[in-house]
Design a protein around this ligand. Structure first.
Ligand code: EPZ
Length: 416
């Protein structure tokens, strides 16, 4: 397993181009199944989770052609409707391929995706929604076998505005008869991007970005090209890298509308933020001020930046409280940060963080994608050398993170 080695204490200054959004690319790649033809995608991030999605598509018969700045996906020869177990286990969000397979071929077989380091991550809302759409689900030996004659529109109320369940309902009901209404739908920008993509293909979906989405089934979807939106979590991550090192970082190709709650908290912590079209510049104070964070479904503070902001707060002046309202165990990174001298106490869904200037380099282990990114943040400011193991977690979601940080002055390299 590879490691990051970071020499802390360097102020980060310079420009970073934000890549395409992982969490928009994944459902959109699943959506290419629906037109049974060719789709050309631009601004797809070159990260492990996207490559896993490509592996699944190739395994069921699709072809993927990677060109310099675009990816051509041909799903005309899909002949298998089962997601291989080893690939399901590699990435939980592969469950959205099921929605697309059912939407296009009225069948899908997939194994129950296990939980991971941030919580149980059940798929009960996905399965209940499929059944509401008239899909029969047989559960055998840990596998879900889904079948339907046709998709008939219906009303679905989600107990929780689940991003994945909202995406799966849209993918399953885009081609079909009648109208499906999702109440209490997730409002994340990545869902808006998926809806924009499907409507460009000929879908009839209204309510993007609201908690009520209306999908009118169509007969056919056509071949298109599409440009994936920028990654809002990557953008927040690099702003926080600038903030924790007292630096001056400018993001290019970012969308400030997608991270307003994060920008507000950085301003509250005494960072200076200036926005000019798709550029966001952060100028950090010598030491940020403690602030409290509560994660919420969009448009609230994103759970995916909880750990990364937590690393920043471990160096802040004062005491902060984080409340994680989305996942039940998204604090695995805390024990690793505390090995570096952070003073964080987890009590249930909350973490109390006493800011300190004495963060020191240590040997730490990434526990998940965003928890690993939090360790990089701490390593950037730590006194001495930090070694982070299990960086495969981090490489799942951040394109060229080592080079992007090096370009703005970080002393970081990979040791295999
Ligand atoms: C998506 O995961 C993102 N992943 C996550 O980002 C993100 O943290 C999450 O949305 C919340 O914003 C992708 O888009 C690929 P949910 P998803 O369904 O769809 C519970 C990252 O770091 N729930 O909105 O799995 C669930 O347990 C990743 O990029 C059920 O109980 O999230 C959780 O507590 C991590 N039953 C809450 O809802 C269900 O059937 C939110 O989950 C589904 C979800």
């Amino acid at each position: 397993m590879s490691k990051f080695i970071i020499q802390g204490g360097k102020k980060l200054e310079g420009e970073i181009k934000i890549s395409g959004s992982k969490n928009a690319a994944l459902p959109i790649i699943a959506g290419t199944i629906l037109n049974g033809g060719r789709t050309t995608l631009y601004n797809v991030p070159n990260i492990q989770d996207v490559n896993t999605m490509f592996e699944i598509l190739k395994d069921i018969g699709a072809t993927i052609i990677k060109k310099k700045n675009k990816i051509i996906i041909d799903t005309s020869k899909i002949h298998k409707y089962e997601i291989a177990d080893n690939l399901m286990r590699k990435m939980r969000s592969s469950v959205i391929i099921a929605g697309a397979l059912i939407g296009k071929y009225h069948q899908a077989k997939f194994s129950y995706p296990g939980g991971c380091d941030i919580g149980a991550r059940p798929i009960d809302l996905h399965l209940k929604s499929f059944e509401k759409l008239g899909i029969t689900i047989k559960e055998e030996y840990g596998e879900m076998i889904c079948n339907t004659e046709k998709i008939i529109g219906t009303q679905i109320h989600l107990d929780f505005p689940s991003v994945g369940a909202t995406e799966n309902i849209i993918l399953a009901s885009c081609i079909g008869e009648g109208v499906t209404i999702i109440n209490n739908a997730a409002r994340e920008p990545e869902i808006e991007d998926l809806i924009k993509f499907l409507n460009k293909m000929g879908g009839k979906i209204k309510g993007a970005g609201t908690d009520k989405i209306e999908i009118t089934g169509v007969k056919h979807l056509s071949e298109i090209s599409y440009n994936i939106m920028p990654d809002r979590i990557e953008a927040g991550t690099y702003l926080i890298a600038g903030a924790i090192t007292g630096g001056d970082v400018k993001l290019l190709n970012a969308n400030s509308m997608h991270i307003e709650p994060v920008l507000d908290k950085l301003i509250e912590a005494n960072c200076k933020i200036s926005i000019n079209k798709s550029e966001i510049e952060l100028i950090a104070p010598k030491r940020v001020k403690a602030v409290d964070i509560k994660t919420m479904p969009y448009p609230g503070f994103p759970t995916d930046l909880q750990s990364i902001f937590g690393a920043l707060l471990s160096t802040a002046k004062g005491t902060s409280i984080i409340t994680e309202n989305i996942f039940e165990s998204r604090y695995k990174y805390v024990q690793e940060l505390n090995r570096m001298g952070a003073k964080i106490k987890v009590e249930g869904r909350s973490a109390v963080i006493k800011g300190t200037r004495k963060i020191q380099g240590a040997n730490v282990i990434a526990t998940d994608l965003r928890g690993g990114a939090a360790l990089i943040m701490a390593g950037l400011i730590a006194k001495g050398i930090t070694q982070i193991e299990n960086i495969e977690y981090i490489l799942r979601g951040y394109e060229n993170i080592e080079q992007k940080l090096k370009n703005i002055g970080a002393k970081i390299f990979v040791e295999n």
